[in-house]
Design a protein around this ligand. Structure first.
Ligand code: DCP
Ligand code: MG
Ligand code: MN
Length: 344
């Protein structure tokens, strides 16, 4: 991926990509998967394209771009803008909601609540008694909302891997999420941590009681946002900061969001699948599983799940596959899709 950064800088469609990405954000609300998917696909197609796309027909020929977005691409290039986005941006409610949704830990309901209270800006939130996580989300709003170049994601990953060598030799960390899908930059750093022949509780103890304190001590981890007590014992959310000495002189390190997921070897395949995403792809895989009377989650693929009259689950079902990512695709009867192609 050495040239990805360069390629992107030279991407003649960068302006169009920027506008379409902003549009995607408006649909990233869990209620309009269809539109969100369409925009994400179009962005992915343009990112791979090395000529400037100026007309609807050219856009349609890219594949994975439908007529409605193809028209928008033409509009963006010819008018240097997009009415639909400008309309959204002139709606104060939309603007405020989008602003709040980008505060770490703020979901749709809370964003609506803040809007209803009359808040419109981050400064307005000072009137609110924020939780400590929301406080961090507001204080580091700019940093957390700045995309992380792949190379920097790797640098954060390396700090974690090096630390594991010191505090827990034999443990393995892998960078997941959008990084594993090959995107040129990422929203956060997602890391899966495991060890062969080791119970998940042991791995969790080592990660949360040794690795995290060690990395906090060294100054790399600067905030702890969601801790395992709050989420069943396998996830940790926080923030990390590279040492200034590791950066080109004069540049200041940004606070980055970092996530750890602790996984036993037996669930590695399901965890790889889940943590690679993207989120919409995961939703479609789960839907496919349920259509086949199975159930897919981050721990495995299960069959013979018994459901009650209201589709509520009465049994866990029998494990079909958990260890192999490829095996899960096979058991679902669909061709394997490499991480780079896991957008719907
Ligand atoms: N995930 C999911 N559903 C969610 C959140 C996450 O299935 N609601 C899975 C799929 C994601 C992965 O976890 O790919 C990592 O989550 P992130 O929120 O970090 O998303 P990405 O890494 O895909 O994108 P970004 O670059 O924005 O971090
Ligand atoms: Mg991520
Ligand atoms: Mn994440």
């Amino acid at each position: 991926h050495k040239n990805e950064g360069n390629l992107e800088r030279q991407n003649p469609n960068a302006y169009t990509i920027g506008i379409l990405s902003e549009m995607a954000q408006y649909y990233d609300n869990g209620h309009d998967d269809f539109r969100l998917m369409s925009y994400r696909r179009a962005v992915a197609s343009l990112q791979k394209c090395d000529t400037l796309i100026t007309t609807k027909d050219q856009a349609l020929k890219l594949g994975r771009v439908g007529p409605s977005i193809a028209e928008k691409i033409e509009e963006i290039v010819t008018t240097k803008g997009l009415r639909k986005l400008e309309n959204a941006k002139s709606d104060p409610r939309e603007v405020a909601i989008q602003l709040f949704l980008r505060v770490y830990g703020c979901g749709k309901a809370l964003a609506e609540e803040w809007y209803a209270k009359g808040y419109r800006t981050l400064e307005d939130l000072e009137k609110e008694k924020l939780t400590s996580n929301q406080r961090i989300g507001v204080d580091h709003y700019e940093d957390f909302n700045t995309r992380i170049p792949r190379a920097e994601v790797e640098a954060h990953g390396k700090v974690v891997m090096d630390a594991l060598e010191v505090v827990a030799p034999g443990y393995k960390a892998t960078i997941m999420g959008s990084y594993r899908r090959g995107t040129k930059d990422c929203g956060d750093i997602d890391m899966l941590i495991t060890k062969e022949n080791t119970a998940v509780e042991t791995v969790a103890t080592v990660v949360f009681e040794q690795l995290v304190p060690y990395l906090t001590e060294t100054g790399f981890l600067v905030a702890s946002l969601a801790t395992p007590h709050a989420n069943g014992g396998t996830k940790w959310h926080g923030a990390s900061l590279l040492p200034a000495s590791s950066l080109p002189s004069g540049s200041k390190p940004l606070w980055r969001r970092i996530d750890f997921l602790v996984v036993p070897e037996s669930e590695m395949g399901a965890a790889l699948l889940y943590f690679t995403g993207d989120d919409i792809f995961n939703r479609s895989m789960r839907l496919l599983a349920s259509k086949k009377k199975m159930r897919l989650n981050q721990r495995g693929l299960y069959k013979d799940v018994i459901r009650g009259p209201n589709r509520e689950r009465l049994t866990e079902g029998t494990l079909v596959e958990g260890k192999s990512e490829q095996g899960i695709f096979e058991a679902l009867g669909v061709p394997y899709r490499p991480p780079h192609h896991r957008i719907c």
